[in-house]
Design a protein around this ligand. Sequence first.
Ligand SMILES: C[S@@+](CC[C@H](N)C(=O)[O-])C[C@H]1O[C@@H](n2cnc3c(N)ncnc32)[C@H](O)[C@@H]1O
Length: 233
Amino acid sequence: MAPDQSLFYQPLRTEDGSPTLVHPVFGEAYSSRHGAWMQANELYLKLTQTHLHPSPRVLEIGFGLGMNFRATLENCLQRGVYLEYMSYEAFPVSREILALVEVPLCPQARLIWAEVLANWPLHPQAPLTMEGAWGRLEVRFEDVTAANFPAQWATALYFDPFSPKVNPEPWQLGVLQKLSRAAQQGAQLATYSVSGCFRRDLLAAGFTVQKVPGVGKKAWTVAEHLGSTISLL
Ligand SMILES: C[S@@+](CC[C@H](N)C(=O)[O-])C[C@H]1O[C@@H](n2cnc3c(N)ncnc32)[C@H](O)[C@@H]1O
């Protein structure tokens, strides 16, 4: 019998009262300790301008516990906007773990999240896809270092792996170059890291880069895709 994953994931109540988990191998929390729900809304949803976009297409690195997806879904439902959300996840948690991490949602978002849980595969291989009047979700269970992203697709890039220190692979220039090709002109990338090396690689991959004040943390990074094909690619 497979070991119960919940024995190894440590629950953590973040400063805004919303829950997250600490990963047993990476040793880091899935979301900010200063507020999991706050980070999903203030950093990923708002700093990418997704909360204002009339037809958002989000490309996420690291579906994790689906916190960013739920915040974005709820906002789009409230605005009556069709959401397209594509997320990549190399080390998915089980359905039981995902179900442990609850946040209060509006009734429609709660139903859609229940459907995500019901459809979450026991042995994730083929992508999880769901579609409705609200939009479309695709979770691809792939390592982003090997994945092919759709070309000129995303209006927003939620760059949310664990930190470069413990999870360096997704932060490489090669991944950023692929994200650059996946982004529409003007697409906004957001991440919690302000690593100098990462910010230089973002510039090299065709983004303008800004350090902005964070909540609970000194700074976050926001980058805008310039839209041209960079000679480095
Ligand atoms: C900080 S958590 C993401 C939290 C998530 N965005 C949320 O809203 O709950 C980082 C995630 O990135 C995933 N990850 C790490 N390396 C990856 C890789 N090379 N390719 C795809 N996903 C990766 C981890 O398994 C983990 O689920």
